[in-house]
Structures are given as C-alpha cells and as structure tokens.
Design a protein around this ligand. Structure first.
Ligand code: DGJ
Length: 466
C-alpha cells in the first residue's frame, strides 16, 4: 500500500509542473509568438523587390554610408580693447555662428550662387542628378527654387511629381521690434518634375490678396507649410496650409481647391480645427484614401490628429492628442509595412533643433518616440537636424523602406534664401531608444536620415537590378 502510494505520488509529482517549469513554458511561448510577430512585421513586404536583396544592395549601402563633417569655429573677431572692456566676449556656439549673418563661416551653411546646382548647371548630358543639400537648387530656367516648408504630390493621372511650398522671394523684415523675421505672403509656389530633381516652375498657384486687409491671404499675414492631396471621388486637388496673422495669434488652418495640380487654387476658408489653435501642420493620405490632418496645438505643446471628411474639405469631429507635452512641430508623416512614422522638430522659431522620429501601429495613436534619426555629420549636425527642419517625407517608388527626407535650412536673415536639404531616410535595424519593449525586443525599426554632402537616387536600371 505504502509503495503504491509512493509510486503514485512520484508520478503525480512528475506530471505536476514546478512554478519554474510553468514560467519557462509561458516565457517560451511569448518569446516564440513575439519572434513570429517581429519576423512578419519586418519581412512581410511588397513582393515588388526582395527586402533582403535590397538591404544588401550597393545602392542602399551607398545611401547608408556615414559621412563625417568637421566644421571649425572661426577665430574670434578682432575687437578694440575698449569694446572688450565694455562687453567681454563670451564663447559662441556653432548654432550662434549659423544664425549670425556676419559670421565668417556663413558660406559653409549658405554657399553662394557659384555652387548652385540644377538642370541648367553643369554638362547638358550629365544625368547623374546629384543632390547637394544646402546649396542653392535651381529650376529649369536657372532660378532658385521657391517652395519652402513644402510637400510633394505624386499625381497618378499625369505621372508627375508636384512640389508645393511657400514662395518667399520678397524682402525679410521684422514684424515688430522683438517680433519674428517674416516675408509678406506672395503665395504658394508649384514646381513639376518627372525625376524629383529637374523642377519646372509652374508659377504661384495660390496667390496673396493685395488689397483686402481682412482676407486670410492678405500680404501682411502668414501662409506656411502648404500640402496638397488629390481626392479621387471629387476629382479635386485639395490644399491645406497654416494660416496666421503676423504675430501668430490667429493659429488656423486654411483650405483651397483646384481642378488641376497646377492650379489656380481657389481659397475656401480658414478654421480652428476641432475648436483648437493650429500652427505647423501637414496632411497625410492613407492607402485606404482616408486623409488626416496633423497639427501642433495647445500652444504647440501637443500634436492633434484627426481624419478629414470624405471630400477632404474639412475635419471630422474626431481627434486624438498625441505626443502630449512634448512641444513638437514641423510634422512629416509616412508609412512603411503597415507602421506609421513621423519626424518632428522642437519649437525654436527659425533656429534649428533636434529632430525626433516617432512610430505608431494605428495612425490615431498611441505614438511612441524612437529617438533622433540623424546619422553622420557630427554631433552638432545631428542635434540640429543638419541645421534644418523637417517638412515632408517622400516614399521612393520601387524601393521599399527608402524615402527622401525633405527639410528646410531656414535663413532668418533672408528667408527667401533658405535652403533645401533632401536626404535619404531608411527604415531598418533596431531603434535607439524604443520606449516600448516586449521582453527585450524593441517593437520598432530604426528610422535613419543619413547626412551626405552629395548623393543621388538610384537610377531605374539600378532599381531593377535590386
Ligand atoms: C517654426 C515653424 O516650423 C516654421 O514653419 C515657422 O512658423 C517658424 N517657426 C516661424 O518662426
């Protein structure tokens, strides 16, 4: 009897799980599920191009090359002993040098017309189409492109890219003694291109109002960050933009509409979306044709996001507050493998600051902050978004995971001479500071913007080989 009981007890004991075995089994299961999810998230992609091939392709590796910059601070300017006594010289930072219109190293940030690039410069047969971030970029007539704070629309109908932005070719002045530098509204500039490098000026497609002082577009007001999306139901091109007064107290969004990508756009109205203040903004059209407005609100302390109505002319009464208390602006949103990404800047007027990348599984949030996406240059370059500010991200057709990051290097002393920084943005690899960890596995891939003094897009032939 005793032996039987002992035997039974032993068997039961072997069947019963120890807490350790139980925990190990659960952890093992979660681990396997997580690995499967991670694998399917990273590698379930368009079948167009094998991501494995692409990651290892020399073209992509070239874009990921880390390029260093070594800018030396200029020697202190000569001052009279009396001036020194009056105000001893404190050491300046590189950002102060950048903002100082008399700096001896200004040409490094704002090289002059001699180094301009564009279709009328260089060899006629030169098809290399290199981007030179920060140099003056000219259009097909040889004039500097005027499309600041801009965005790109790819028009499926004409198979043409359109670049819309602030046409700022006027004098810069201070709105009042201590006010921000400004240029009167001229309008929204539009450029067209088949290759994202050769841009033809299509003119001012939404023009300022010269006489009616009560009009939103009166020259004395502010029109910033115009973005255009196409509504296939109505056949209309719809432009959303930041509308403000000279002191940035109106804080509204404006809407304009056109039958053609090259305008003219008909200005409809401005409003406070969801009843809130709205400054830097963008719009994003998702694969299911639902479009969203994303705007800095509540005195720039938080971003708001909400869907547009079906005709894209208004917002639906649905809104989520995201990145609450993070004080972000200049949102640029894009999507890769069903994950949404966003690049934002801090709020420091025209002065550059550190970019952050964010990610979300649902566009309405929650959004996680991944960290600074900038790679290369040097630490000051990286902490100032290469002395620029995000405005838009363009997906590169046929190259999944590779995008163009568009940024503005603002020149507050002469805003019309602000420069464009177009740089490769690549999604891949583990994020730096993923806030959300699942058993040690970061949920998100890294978003990297690579600094290059000179780079180019892969040619159609190179993309085919990939
Ligand atoms: C930063 C914004 O991102 C720009 O669009 C512009 O509004 C400046 N502030 C004005 O200081």
């Amino acid at each position: 009897m005793r032996t039987m009981k002992n035997k039974y007890n032993k068997r039961a004991a072997s069947l019963r799980c120890s807490p350790f075995t139980l925990v190990s089994a659960v952890v093992g299961c979660v681990f396997m599920i997580h690995l499967t999810m991670l694998y399917s998230r990273r590698y379930s992609v368009d079948l167009e191009v094998s991501p494995q091939l692409l990651i290892h392709h020399p073209i992509v590796r070239e874009l990921e090359r880390v390029e260093e910059e070594n800018i030396h601070m200029p020697p202190p300017r000569k001052r009279s002993p009396r001036a020194i006594k009056r105000k001893p010289k404190r050491p300046t930072t590189l950002v102060e040098e950048f903002l100082d219109e008399n700096s001896q190293i200004r040409h490094l940030f704002f090289p002059d017309m001699k180094s301009a690039y564009g279709p009328t410069k260089g060899e006629v047969n030169d098809t290399s189409h290199y981007y030179f971030p920060g140099r003056i970029w000219t259009d097909t007539e040889g004039n500097p492109i005027q499309a600041h704070g801009g965005g790109i629309l790819y028009d499926d109908i004409s198979k043409v890219y359109y670049w819309y932005g602030e046409y700022k070719d006027g004098p810069t002045y201070l709105s009042h003694k201590k006010g921000a530098a400004r240029v009167d509204i001229i309008g929204v500039g539009c450029y067209s291109s088949k290759d994202l490098w050769t841009w033809k000026n299509e003119g001012v497609v939404l023009a300022a109002e010269e006489t009616d002082e009560t009009h939103d577009l009166h020259t004395s007001n502010v029109l910033e960050r115009p973005k255009v999306i196409y509504n296939s139901d109505t056949g209309k091109y719809v432009m959303w933009m930041h509308i403000d007064d000279a002191n940035y107290t109106k804080a509204s969004v404006g809407v304009a509409i056109s039958d053609n990508p090259t305008g003219p756009f008909n200005y409809l109205y401005s409003k406070s979306p969801h009843g809130f203040d709205s400054r830097d903004m963008t719009v994003f059209k998702d694969d299911d044709n639902i479009a969203y407005l994303i705007y800095s609100s509540e005195d720039n302390s938080v971003l708001h996001i909400g869907p547009l109505t079906k005709n894209y002319l208004d917002v639906e009464p649905v809104m989520k507050r995201i990145m609450v208390g993070q004080h972000r602006e200049a949102p640029a949103i894009f999507k890769h493998q069903n994950t949404y990404y966003m690049i934002t800047s801090g709020c420091t007027g025209w002065a550059p600051n550190e970019a952050l990348a964010h990610a979300a599984e649902s566009i309405m949030g929650p959004w996680e902050t991944l960290g600074n996406p900038c790679v290369g240059g040097n630490s000051i370059f990286r902490s100032t978004t290469f002395f620029a500010q995000s405005t838009f991200v363009i997906p590169l057709p046929g190259v999944p995971g590779v995008f163009i990051f568009m940024a503005d290097r603002w020149n507050p002393a002469d805003l019309r001479d602000s420069r464009y920084l177009w740089l490769p943005l690549i999604i891949g690899g583990p994020a730096d500071h993923p806030l959300e960890y699942n058993f040690g596995f970061p949920m998100w891939s890294r978003v990297s913007v690579y600094w290059h003094r000179q780079w180019r897009l892969p040619s159609a032939k190179e993309k085919k080989i990939a």
